[in-house]
Design a protein around this ligand. Structure first.
Ligand code: SF4
Ligand code: SF4
Length: 333
């Protein structure tokens, strides 16, 4: 028997809903479309006037704006975004692709970020209307402090998200600066307004984990509780492989986020989106609650993989189960 949801029924504020555009965000996202196409920017546009939900995006920033946690996190993030990135200096340094990729671990060891991966750039990861000429995407990940995220949807969780967007931006700028000082042009991509590139697809491709039912990536180390940034470059990095742990299958049997989501935005079954069958969150249902709570994050907080230490234990358990089943199957042959 699921616990009663303290946030249901959710009734969005009329002043926010007055800003809702005629077009559904799910249509912008390509829900139900059977043909593959590049994504369209649905939210977090650098220029809100360029998207149908731009007025709702502006509303987000007017909501709870005097909250001290949010204000402090915004000050931190803005200072990071304002920092210049060094210019490209000298001829490009030559290195073996594996050595370039291995060198990124120094940023993890120094605590600049908690994870890095590398993917060969693909045009289907860029939003319609944008071209990314660089061949390589470096993805960085930073871990939320769980005790702050666990307070979702309170503002302390929203402030932690802003703070980690700041840390992710810092990591991307540091890595871009490091590359430029070795003679390689490099552009940091910082969230949530990433501009040209969607970050989830390259992060999946380079080993950040699997897409969860709640629409965020999950991995055993951080659960779903992390933020991403990226660096675009032509420096010849070796790609890092995708990683699977059985999380996709786990989500078919788990309903924790579905039951916890106040506006019931998390679909119980996979959906067809631009020719791909995948987990999908109803944008139109999620957005009003997300906006009114300055970032919600309930689905990230309640996901069993996000509890500190739990993801590694779950991955271990799933692996042992797979091995046992493989042994049983072999025995029956
Ligand atoms: S972020 Fe959206 S999908 Fe997740 S719990 Fe909140 S409203 Fe639901
Ligand atoms: S709460 Fe459960 S169903 Fe939702 S993403 Fe996490 S593991 Fe998957």
């Amino acid at each position: 028997m699921p616990r009663p949801n303290p946030f249901r029924p959710f009734r969005p504020k009329p002043d926010q809903m007055a800003l809702k555009p005629e077009v559904s965000g799910n249509a912008v996202n390509g829900l139900g479309e059977r043909e593959p196409r590049r994504p369209r920017m649905v939210y977090w546009a650098p220029d809100p006037d360029a998207i149908p939900h731009g007025a709702m995006q502006r509303w987000f920033y007017t909501n709870d704006r005097d909250n001290p946690d949010i204000l402090a996190a915004n000050v931190e993030r803005k200072a990071i975004l304002a920092e210049p990135v060094p210019d490209v200096a000298g001829p490009p340094l030559g290195r073996e692709p594996e050595a370039w990729t291995a060198a990124l671990q120094d940023f993890v060891e120094a605590g600049t970020c908690e994870r890095v991966g590398v993917a060969a750039m693909q045009s289907e990861w860029t939003f319609e209307g944008f071209d990314v000429p660089e061949r390589t995407t470096i993805v960085t990940g930073v871990h939320h402090a769980f005790e702050a995220i666990a307070e979702a949807p309170e503002s302390r969780a929203g402030a932690e998200v802003i703070r980690q967007y700041g840390r992710a931006a810092f990591a991307a700028k540091r890595i871009a600066g490091w590359l430029r000082q070795q003679g390689w042009p490099a552009e940091p991509v910082t969230g949530p307004m990433t501009g040209s590139v969607a970050l989830i697809p390259p992060a999946l491709a380079c080993g950040f984990g699997e897409l969860g039912k709640h629409g965020s990536i999950i991995n055993p180390e951080f659960g779903a509780s992390f933020r991403l940034s990226a660096v675009l470059t032509d420096a010849p990095f070796a790609p890092t492989p995708p990683r699977e742990f059985g999380i996709d299958d786990f989500c078919t049997k788990c309903r924790v986020c579905e039951e916890a989501c106040p506006p019931e935005a998390i679909a119980p079954e996979k959906q067809t989106v631009r020719g791909e069958t995948k987990w999908y969150v109803d944008f139109d249902k999620c957005l009003p609650f997300f906006n009114e709570t300055r970032g919600c994050a309930i689905c990230i907080a309640v996901c069993p993989w996000s509890r500190p230490g739990a993801g590694l234990n779950l991955a271990d358990k799933l692996e042992r189960r797979r091995n046992r089943k493989a042994g049983e199957d072999a025995g029956h042959r």
